[in-house]
Design a protein around this ligand. Structure first.
Ligand SMILES: NC(=O)c1ccc[n+]([C@@H]2O[C@H](COP(=O)([O-])OP(=O)(O)OC[C@H]3O[C@@H](n4cnc5c(N)ncnc54)[C@H](OP(=O)(O)O)[C@@H]3O)[C@@H](O)[C@H]2O)c1
Length: 315
């Protein structure tokens, strides 16, 4: 397992262990990854930017799930992890006699060659397809977890949210469900050498997500509308999409230039191939309802505690 400490990766590790797999995680920092060991995974040191740290960890594995990607806070250029790192992983996988290599990519990666990460994802997809390794590729538009930072927290903190007038509908997914899809695919032979568009069955426009957050939080969002043409011009002038923000932020901007149709039918194909009933997949409104209930209860308790403390100090 690569990227086992990440947002999606940790859910994959947990799901794999729950399903009785033995899991070996290649991690850069064993101390930070200790929680994976407590769950039952084996930890081995490895860094995608240091090729010589990798070969030993590939010995004896039957499947590799690669959920790693460049972390913006690392100061590492994308190319070292998401291109050279992946090429090494694919090369090592050829000698490991794998039953499956699972790669995680971004939806519509083939349509944005001018966005470095998208270009690398697409080229790696092609590279895997042309290899002899049995593979499965899952492609996502984004995770529910990223929407917390993009919409829920700014609304609770009364900070501005950038929106455009022409936002497309996007089917995001909960990382627990995405992990379930990955692990389930390992036991379904027909998912071998296939690429799956992955999301929950309901797609959302950003204004609908904001409306939902407003309703659940009881707060009005502070939105700033940006014309799409301005972002496109901005991109041309500055090479805006080269920046190394967190992927969810990058995808937020990809949203505004994404003019493709909703991919609901491809998602249904994914459910059919994996024998998943769409009712089993968490929808965004349920996810947000739980989040806001938890946050509002917490804030209420904090405020009550604060009032009590103030009263005590007055007495
Ligand atoms: N987030 C989204 O909205 C989204 C959308 C579409 C596709 N995806 C894809 O889904 C996958 C998971 O994304 P995520 O958001 O869960 O990622 P994430 O939370 O940013 O985690 C990235 C993982 O990669 C590891 N990593 C980074 N540099 C490394 C290196 N040099 N050597 C070894 N490991 C390294 C990190 O380890 P450390 O703990 O050591 O930093 C971490 O475990 C990625 O392939 C991503 O491209 C994500």
């Amino acid at each position: 397992m690569l990227g086992g400490t990440g947002t999606l990766g940790r859910q994959i590790v947990r799901k794999a262990l729950e399903n009785g797999f033995q899991v070996r995680c290649i991690v850069r920092n064993k101390r930070a990854a200790n929680f994976l060991k407590e769950w039952g995974a084996e930890l081995v040191y490895g860094d995608l930017t240091i090729p010589e740290t990798l070969p030993l960890s590939f010995q004896g594995v039957t499947a590799i799930i690669d959920a790693s990607t460049t972390k913006p806070e690392d100061n590492t250029e994308l190319v070292h992890v998401d291109w050279y790192g992946k090429l090494i992983v694919i090369e090592l996988s050829k000698y490991a006699q794998l039953k499956r290599f699972i790669f995680l990519s971004i939806l519509n990666s083939e349509k944005y060659p001018y966005i470095t990460l998208m270009q690398m994802k697409y080229r790696i997809e092609k590279f895997i397809k042309s290899s002899t390794i049995p593979f499965t590729i899952f492609k996502y538009a984004g995770f529910f977890q990223g929407l917390i930072y993009q919409y829920a927290i700014p609304i609770l903190e009364q900070k501005s949210i950038l929106v455009t007038l022409e936002s497309p509908t996007i089917a995001y997914i909960d990382t627990q469900d995405a992990a379930f899809f990955c692990i389930k695919s390992l036991s379904i032979k027909e998912t071998e050498n296939k690429i799956f568009a992955t999301g929950s069955s309901q797609a959302w426009k950003s204004e609908e997500i904001i409306e939902l957050c407003e309703k659940l939080s009881g707060q009005k969002a502070k939105t700033q509308t940006v014309p799409v043409f301005l972002l496109k011009v901005f991109r041309q002038i500055t090479g805006f999409f080269e920046w190394s923000l967190k992927i969810s932020d990058r995808l937020a901007f990809i949203e505004v230039i994404n003019n493709t149709q909703s991919f609901t039918s491809s998602i249904q194909d994914t459910y059919n191939s994996l024998d998943i009933n769409k009712k089993e997949v968490l929808e965004l409104d349920f996810y947000f309802r739980e989040y806001f209930e938890m946050m509002l209860t917490l804030l209420e308790k904090l405020n009550a505690g604060q009032i009590k403390k103030n009263q005590t100090s007055i007495i």
